[in-house]
Design a protein around this ligand. Structure first.
Ligand code: NI
Length: 642
């Protein structure tokens, strides 16, 4: 069946996914039977930028729609990387990559649990813990990491941690079956080793967060309704969104989750480009506890599970309130068949307090404007944690990514010994290990065009004396980051450090290069030793900033296959070449996140913790671009203070 021409950045639809699957299976290149091929990744192959630009200029170009796939053929630790064209109906490339592992597979995870149920050593360990009803044992398969174990060689393995529920819908994390873990070959569903370091008493309390266990509920919350009687202010055409002066395309990648394309801002009758593509390229949750059930825990939730694969279907009035527009996510399951995840991406507008205000004391006239933002969001559930990804667009050209962390902490039982120096006691006999959540966002920037340069800007005190007789003076330094190694940088809140992404071929009315500034938060870098297993694998998290020249195959901060990877892939490998990054097509990579020292208040479910960064115009405009926002007051159009 021929595929009708689509915009090069339109999400893959069910017909295209089916066509990609059929092209793979019909190619005759698989070495296993068609029903045994597994589709570990199926995603849109980013089209060449010149094709996107030509189509957006209205030129009569038909995009070649290519699909990138990672295929599993049997239990070995290798992957077929295939690219197929659904436009031309052919396989464009087919490469067997040895000694790599794709993200953990759902079907295999279920087989792992079945294998454990049958395993005598596992059952003996459960017997030693006095567990009669095996149906109440919750087992979490974790990415195993890399520690030089013989089990790791040539296998796709998982480490499984058990918990005991009191009832089928109980919070298992309240009662870890401490001291017990199993190492299982996922491809072969073969239990390789059961490790039992000794029985630790079950924590005595349950950890329900359900309303029926936490009454009486508050009765004095009055309804708070958000209504837009004339509807929202955005317009949606396929995956193209226009809101106020913003335009952008919205997508979903199985691993990266939300993806934004061709983000631009209309100014003077034309759309000025800002970002060609933006996504969370990787994230890691390294745990800081040295014990045998904890020390290996470092989940790469994008590359080992997938922020799109784990995305929720969102519900109005709960996940999102107001006038909501939802995008469905059309994806391929592990057999390559198209599926729909309804309402995977939520879009709406939010009032955000005041945008600007001044009360003129001489005339008594007050002008105040409401701030409003467009919110594009999705939420992924990865095991015990939830991650919400919220892109915000404001009326004054500011954009922001906020990550909301919630869900249930990973726990360990500690008996009467206390939590020790690497975990917090959160309930009697129950501790949550210290850990970090470190995200890396990949920003394929195009500020006013493809060729950009990055300056590190610091506010620094001037030396006293001489030209600073009163010692009050400070200045701004702007250091051009000329090459990849020079552009490995860390935050410095004491200097208000930010990174300015400038187009030195374009100037504003004041003669300044047009620019946007990446404003980081006070965010950590990786605390693990750089030579540790996770230190090598998550080297992207050792720096808050990286800059690379654009390369289509440099997509993910820890490389394409972080699962069981020995480390060094991705940003550390690419930037070792120390390529120049000045006045060329560059990609800016920003690592941000939180170090989580758990609190009792984070238990049994944690309220949202926030992290993220902003991109704000700096000389991109000639003056405040939001002077044309009308007042929301009635009557004479401005707000009085008396
Ligand atoms: Ni946490």
């Amino acid at each position: 069946m021929p595929i009708a021409p689509r915009h090069p950045l339109a999400p893959l639809d069910a017909d295209e996914l089916s066509a990609a699957r059929q092209i793979v299976l019909d190619s005759g290149r698989a070495v296993v039977a068609a029903e045994d091929v597994r589709f570990a990744y199926v995603g849109l192959c980013d089209p060449p930028k010149e094709v996107v630009r030509a189509v957006d200029r209205g030129e009569d170009v038909v995009a070649d729609r290519q699909v990138r796939l990672a295929l599993l053929q049997g239990p070995e630790a290798n992957v077929v990387e295939a690219v197929v064209s659904v436009t031309r109906g052919v396989v464009d490339s087919w490469l067997v990559v040895q000694d790599v592992r794709p993200p953990l597979q759902m079907e295999e995870s279920i087989m792992v649990l079945a294998a454990l149920e049958e395993n005598p050593e596992w059952n003996a360990a459960l017997d030693r813990r006095g567990i009669v009803d095996r149906s109440l044992v919750q087992v979490d398969p974790w990415p195993a990491g890399t520690f030089g174990l013989a089990h790791e060689e040539g296998r796709r393995i998982t480490k499984c941690l058990p918990f005991l529920r009191a009832s089928p819908d109980d919070n298992g994390y309240a009662r870890p079956l401490e001291g017990l873990l199993a190492i299982v070959d996922m491809g072969r569903a073969e239990v390789l080793e059961v490790v039992d370091t000794g029985v630790v008493p079950l924590p005595p309390q349950l950890g329900s967060y359900y309303p029926e266990d936490n009454g009486p509920l508050r009765g004095d919350l009055k309804p708070l309704s958000i209504t837009q009687p004339d509807g929202p202010s955005f317009v949606v055409d396929g995956n193209l969104v226009r809101w106020q002066k913003w335009s952008l395309r919205v997508g979903m990648d199985p691993l990266e989750g939300l993806v934004l394309y061709t983000v631009g801002y209309e100014d003077g009758g034309r759309v000025r480009p800002l970002l060609h593509r933006a996504s969370v390229s990787e994230m890691v949750v390294p745990y800081g506890h040295p014990g045998p059930t904890q020390a290996w825990k470092s989940a790469f939730d994008a590359g080992e599970w997938g922020l799109g694969r784990m995305a929720n279907s969102l519900t109005v009035g709960c996940d999102c309130v107001g006038e909501i527009f939802y995008f469905d996510d059309i994806y391929a399951d592990e057999r390559g068949e198209p599926r729909t995840r309804p309402q995977a991406i939520c879009m709406h507008e939010e009032d955000y307090g005041i945008l600007w205000k001044h009360a003129d004391l001489w005339s008594g006239r007050t002008e105040v404007r409401r701030s409003r933002r467009l919110v594009v969001s999705s939420i992924a559930t990865v095991g015990n944690y939830e991650y919400g990804f919220y892109w915000y667009f404001y009326l004054d050209g500011t954009m922001q990514l906020e990550v909301k962390l919630t869900g249930i902490m990973s726990t360990m039982a500690v008996g009467a010994e206390g939590a020790g120096g690497h975990a917090s006691l959160v309930a009697p006999g129950l501790a949550a290990p210290y850990h970090q959540h470190l995200f890396n966002v990949r920003l394929d920037v195009e500020i006013d065009g493809p060729d950009n340069a990055v300056f590190e800007v610091d506010a620094v005190a001037a030396p006293p004396g001489g030209e600073n007789p009163f010692g009050n003076a400070f200045t701004q330094t702007a250091t051009l980051l000329e090459s990849e190694l020079a552009a490995r940088r860390r935050v410095d809140p004491a200097r208000s450090r930010a990174w300015k992404i400038a187009n030195r071929d374009r100037v504003n009315a004041l003669g300044q290069p047009t620019a946007y500034k990446l404003v980081p938060g006070s965010v950590p870098t990786l605390l693990a030793d750089p030579e540790s297993s996770v230190g090598r694998r998550a080297a992207f998290a050792a720096h808050n900033l990286w800059v690379t020249p654009f390369a289509a195959d440099e997509r993910r901060a820890a490389g394409d296959y972080p699962n069981q990877h020995r480390g060094g892939a991705g940003l550390p490998a690419w930037t070792a070449a120390d390529r120049p990054v000045v006045d060329t097509d560059i990609v800016v990579w920003h690592t941000f996140g939180v170090t989580h020292i758990p609190r009792p208040e984070d238990w049994p479910v944690m309220s949202v913790e926030y992290t993220g960064f902003s991109l704000i115009p700096v000389g991109f405009f000639d003056r405040n671009p939001a002077l044309d926002v009308p007042s929301t007051s009635g009557g004479d159009g401005h707000c009085h203070d008396g």
